[in-house]
Design a protein around this ligand. Structure first.
Ligand code: HEC
Ligand code: HEC
Ligand code: HEC
Ligand code: HEC
Ligand code: HEC
Length: 489
């Protein structure tokens, strides 16, 4: 090939290349435009007919703009039932947990939970059920309302516009005082749209001051939090400004954070502002350490109540769904609360989130089969195996706790010194915390099966250690006559 021919063929090759690049560009642009359009459709499937703002706590008003979400939200009033969950119902109050499991009632002797402690039900009932519980026959604080009502306007009011300040004052009001304020103000609605959505943009957001405060404390600790990658990123970059979930987290994390405003362990009394115990990490023993290191204003070590039979200072666990979820494989794989409890449903060309928050077992096709390509029956069986194992281990825990309580009562009858009794009561505190933690968590072990089993096993071990120590001090052999649960359920 001579020089001229060579440059000629290079020229053709160059033109050819330009043509190909141009064609590819056109195709890619067309594809991107199509995707963008679809995304836009997906994001803006509504027309704003009415303006909504921070003080619009009535969900019906929001329902004018977003009727599909509002319709599904209202369905939380419908009766549902599964074997271990979903006790929603409009007919009557749900079943008493303390009647079903008498060892629970015994553990709670000396505390309002031994009077009335029921199954949960749908979000539509959260205020009614709180107002009706016989636990209110004992003095309770206004801070109880934090998780049972659209409280934000009240907090802003108490804090002269500053909700954080308002929250810090709320615990000093009695339940009845703050409840009266709430009903007068017209904000007596259950969890509402503005609790999870910014009214201007509809983006997810968190509003509850204790959550915002405590997740920042968790971030500032050095506890590993693999389930919340934005905290790990924040730790590497800007530790001088507190972690702000509304700025620093991902959209996917927000799909769990909105629920973690309430489905968490807490302490709520007139003695201090509502507290979430996360500054040492999210595992059961991190929470326990937080409480053990907490002092009341009078300097005494923290406890929820004194167990009546033994005098032990006990920690009561409350629905640690967020904490247990954070220790499981779903959280680790980025599967959020909303993925299972608010799955997408088709609405013409768009997808909307099902606001009928309920047991995902009533919804396996949308809640699980999007990821698990298994028949529904198979998925339900897997859940049942997990829950049944958890249930049986928990019942063993109940037997162990009662054996320990019997042994401590016998020890006290035998007349033991305070000094000898103290380490036994410490074991009771540890055992009850662990058993109660899994009993109070609402997934019957599903949110993190291995972690739940670990916590129960530790609880059983501490209960038996307590029993053995009490028997030794009483100078009686350990009573092994009643060691297995009677078959039930
Ligand atoms: C991988 C799916 C999945 C994820 C993620 C998940 N859950 Fe669940 N959750 C379940 C299943 C399954 C149950 C058991 C339901 C039953 O027994 O009917 C359950 C039970 C519950 C219950 C009790 C439900 C009832 O009907 O009584 C609550 C409350 C709950 N989860 C809250 C949460 C919160 C809060 C999060 C996030 C921190 C979360 N869940 C994350 C699947 C999930
Ligand atoms: C941090 C949030 C939070 C606070 C604070 C809170 N609750 Fe709840 N409450 C929940 C959640 C979540 C449930 C549903 C899960 C469950 O029942 O375990 C619930 C369930 C209940 C129920 C129905 C089931 C039962 O236990 O009988 C009653 C009644 C109740 N709460 C009363 C109270 C009272 C009284 C207070 C104040 C001492 C209070 N709550 C404070 C979050 C909270
Ligand atoms: C403002 C506090 C609050 C928020 C936020 C909240 N919950 Fe609840 N949730 C409650 C309370 C309180 C109950 C118990 C109501 C009752 O028993 O009357 C409850 C009950 C439930 C139940 C039981 C339903 C049934 O039919 O038995 C599920 C499941 C649940 N919540 C999941 C979630 C999920 C998932 C999120 C986040 C998308 C969430 N919750 C956000 C307070 C809250
Ligand atoms: C407990 C928290 C919570 C409450 C209360 C809540 N939402 Fe949502 N909402 C969510 C979550 C989670 C999503 C999914 C958002 C995402 O993934 O970006 C969502 C999504 C939406 C979207 C976007 C489209 C879609 O369906 O995914 C709209 C619109 C919406 N909600 C309207 C409402 C309205 C109206 C109310 C009150 C009637 C309401 N929401 C109450 C948690 C909540
Ligand atoms: C967004 C995706 C996603 C959704 C939705 C989802 N899962 Fe999973 N699931 C996973 C991933 C990822 C794992 C980790 C193991 C793996 O890689 O297969 C897993 C693991 C499991 C396991 C075994 C691990 C364990 O904890 O014992 C079970 C059982 C399970 N899922 C059940 C369910 C059920 C039931 C639902 C619906 C309520 C559900 N999953 C919803 C993604 C999902």
């Amino acid at each position: 090939m001579n020089e001229k021919n060579k440059s000629q063929s290079n020229k053709f090759r160059f033109i050819g290349l330009i043509a190909i690049v141009a064609l590819v560009t056109v195709l890619v642009t067309a594809l991107l435009m199509n995707i963008a359009e679809r995304k836009y459709e997906g994001q803006k499937p509504y027309v704003r007919l009415v303006e909504v703002g921070e003080n619009d706590t009535d969900p019906a008003k929001w329902g004018v703009n977003w009727p599909k979400q509002y319709d599904s939200y209202k369905r939380t009033a419908i009766t549902t039932r599964t074997q271990f969950g979903g006790h929603g119902g409009s007919e009557a109050l749900p079943e008493e947990k303390i009647d079903r499991d008498p060892w629970l009632k015994r553990m709670f002797q000396g505390y309002a939970f031994s009077i009335d402690y029921r199954d949960r039900r749908g979000h539509a009932y959260m205020l009614d059920d709180q107002e009706q519980t016989k636990r209110l026959t004992k003095p309770q604080t206004g801070a109880c309302l934090n998780c049972h009502v659209s409280i934000m306007p009240i907090y802003r009011d108490l804090g002269n516009g500053d909700a954080m300040l308002g929250y810090e004052k709320a615990h000093k009001f009695s339940y009845q005082e703050l409840s009266a304020k709430l009903h007068e103000s017209g904000h007596a609605h259950t969890v509402t749209c503005s609790d999870c959505h910014d009214p201007a943009t509809m983006q997810l957001r968190v509003t509850r001051p204790p959550f915002i405060k405590s997740i920042a404390e968790l971030a500032a600790s050095d506890a590993p939090v693999p389930a919340i990658p934005s905290i790990e990123r924040w730790r590497q970059n800007n530790m001088n400004i507190p972690y702000n979930p509304n700025k620093d987290s991902t959209r996917n994390e927000m799909r769990s954070f909105v629920c973690a405003q309430c489905h968490v362990e807490y302490y709520c009394s007139s003695k201090m502002p509502l507290t979430l115990p996360w500054s040492k990490g999210l595992k059961a023993e991190d929470l326990e350490k937080f409480w053990n290191d907490t002092r009341f204003p009078d300097g005494k070590r923290f406890f929820d109540y004194v167990q009546k039979e033994t005098g032990a200072e006990i920690l009561k666990a409350q629905h640690p769904e967020f904490e247990l979820w954070s220790q499981g494989v779903h959280a680790r794989s980025g599967v959020s609360c909303a993925d299972c409890h608010m799955p997408y449903m088709r609405d013409g060309a768009t997808k909307i989130s099902d606001h009928w928050v309920r047991s995902p077992l009533l919804n396996v096709d949308r809640a699980c089969q999007t990821c698990h390509h298994l028949p529904e029956k198979e998925i339900l069986e897997r859940v049942q195996v997990i829950q049944k194992r958890n249930y049986e281990l928990m019942q063993r825990g109940g037997v162990a706790i009662e054996a320990m309580l019997d042994a401590i009562v016998a020890l006290k009858k035998a007349g033991v010194s305070e000094t000898d009794l103290a380490p036994v009561l410490e074991l009771q505190r540890k055992a009850q915390w662990r058993l109660d933690y899994i009993a109070a968590e609402n997934s019957m072990g599903f949110h993190a099966p291995q972690e739940a089993a670990r916590i129960l096993a530790e609880g059983i071990d501490y209960a038996r250690q307590g029993q053995a120590m009490a028997a030794t001090l009483t100078k009686k052999p350990v009573d092994i006559s009643n060691q297995t649960p009677s078959p039930k359920q």
